[in-house]
Write a protein that binds this ligand. Structure first.
Ligand code: NAD
Ligand code: GDU
Length: 339
């Protein structure tokens, strides 16, 4: 299909972040072509462009995408990203996030696709202690296999960039949260491990009471601090970085966060303020592998012209709650018509 260099292959486009990026790409005039195996993604999230169903490691699936749509570049979200599961089965994580990623890159090279944007994570920094803000130059010492696999793929990409004409950039996301303003897409992980959807679910009564993991951290209220970035701001960062890759940004990495730390208890308060109801919760021991504080220095990403506009807790919780309510009413509607 002739797409005038505007077709972008989105590996993992049926997932939470990938689907929001697909929307942003289509609004910007690109054709987002999703390649997804639905291992954790949702069919209903593929709504902004065509779908190739398959594994990123499948030569046949990649060939189909490239030949059918004249792919001009790739955004790679397809990975397994549960920290606890990675600790229990590290080889699975290396196989999914490193081996398959490398096969994917090799297939793309064979087809001459040269522009590659990779989803990495703040988990590459491990436990930075009480260092105030992490820059891209902060030491990378992952404390779980998930972070280690992402760092391994970063380095495969870097060495490949040294000896080939593959142009790449890396975004290290902090905590993606929130949902698209339309409430058509949102965070739909199952199992869900992320704080914001679990807190909203607890308040709405659709999930059990929240466990607050750790109250004895060296932070202002004793609970852990994270840097939450609205998924729409994160999607916008992808467009900015991707477009700059043709004019200078090559081989660079960027921290992607909102640039502010919020504690677990602050998130609970924000959910209570938005929903007007309590978040039932209990205090629990620290979750193994959780660093106390992860907050991004986002000056490098700001230097591209990008800035976060929705990454305050209020906007994150408001949009995430709208998506949850929409999901709830859709499920209710489906159950009433199947009865
Ligand atoms: N959610 C966050 O806060 C966060 C933070 C840091 C980094 N990340 C990274 O961002 C990316 C997207 O995260 P997400 O939260 O949207 O996850 P997600 O699980 O919602 O999305 C991943 C998508 O990739 C697909 N997929 C997985 N393996 C595949 C394979 N081998 N072949 C084809 N498709 C495959 C899944 O079906 C899913 O649609 C991941 O790489 C994750 O590690 C996420
Ligand atoms: O039920 C819960 C869930 C989470 N938390 C706490 O809330 C904070 C945020 O936890 P999330 O699970 O929402 O997110 P993480 O910070 O653990 O992980 C996120 O950021 C990481 C980078 O550090 C990885 O990239 C990972 O994929 C991404 O989801 C943490 O302090 C966690 O201990 C709770 O107290 N109770």
């Amino acid at each position: 299909m002739q797409t005038d260099g505007r077709a972008i292959l989105v590996a993992g486009g049926a997932g939470y972040i990938g689907s929001h990026v697909c929307k942003a790409l289509s609004e910007r005039g690109y054709l987002p072509v999703t390649l997804d195996d639905f291992s954790t993604g949702q069919r209903t999230a593929v709504r902004y462009g065509p779908l190739i169903e398959g594994d990123i490691a499948s030569a046949e699936a990649v060939a189909r995408a490239v030949e059918d749509y004249a792919i001009d570049g790739v955004m790679h979200f397809a990975a397994k990203s549960l920290v606890g599961a990675s600790v229990r089965d590290p080889l699975h994580y290396y196989s999914e996030n490193v081996s398959k990623g490398i096969s994917f890159l090799q297939h793309l090279q064979r087809h001459g696709v040269r522009r590659f944007l990779f989803s990495s994570t703040a988990a590459v920094y491990g436990d930075p202690g009480s260092q105030p803000r992490l820059t891209e130059a902060s030491p990378t010492v992952p404390i779980n296999p998930y972070g280690a696999t992402k760092l391994a793929f970063e380095s495969a990409l870097r060495w490949t960039g040294e000896v080939s004409d593959t142009r790449y950039a890396i975004l290290r996301y902090f905590n993606a949260a929130g949902a698209d303003a339309s409430a058509d897409i949102g965070e739909a992980h199952e199992p869900e491990t992320h704080l914001v959807p679990l807190a909203i679910g607890a308040a709405l009564g659709t999930r059990p009471p929240l466990q607050v993991y750790g109250t004895d951290y060296n932070t202002p209220d004793g609970s852990a601090l994270r840097d939450y970035i609205h998924v729409t701001d994160l999607a916008a960062a992808h467009i900015v970085v991707f477009e700059r890759m043709s004019s200078g940004i090559q081989g660079q990495l960027f921290n992607a966060g909102g640039g502010r730390g919020h504690s677990v208890l602050e998130v609970i308060k924000a959910v209570e303020a938005e929903l007007g109801s309590a978040v039932p919760h209990a205090f629990a021991p620290r979750r193994p592998g959780d660093p106390p504080i992860l907050v991004a220095d986002i000056s490098k990403l700001r230097g591209t012209g990008w800035s976060p506009t929705l990454s305050d807790l209020g906007s994150i919780v408001r949009t995430a709650a709208a998506w949850h309510r929409r999901e709830q009413s859709d499920q209710h509607f489906e159950s009433t018509i199947t009865v």
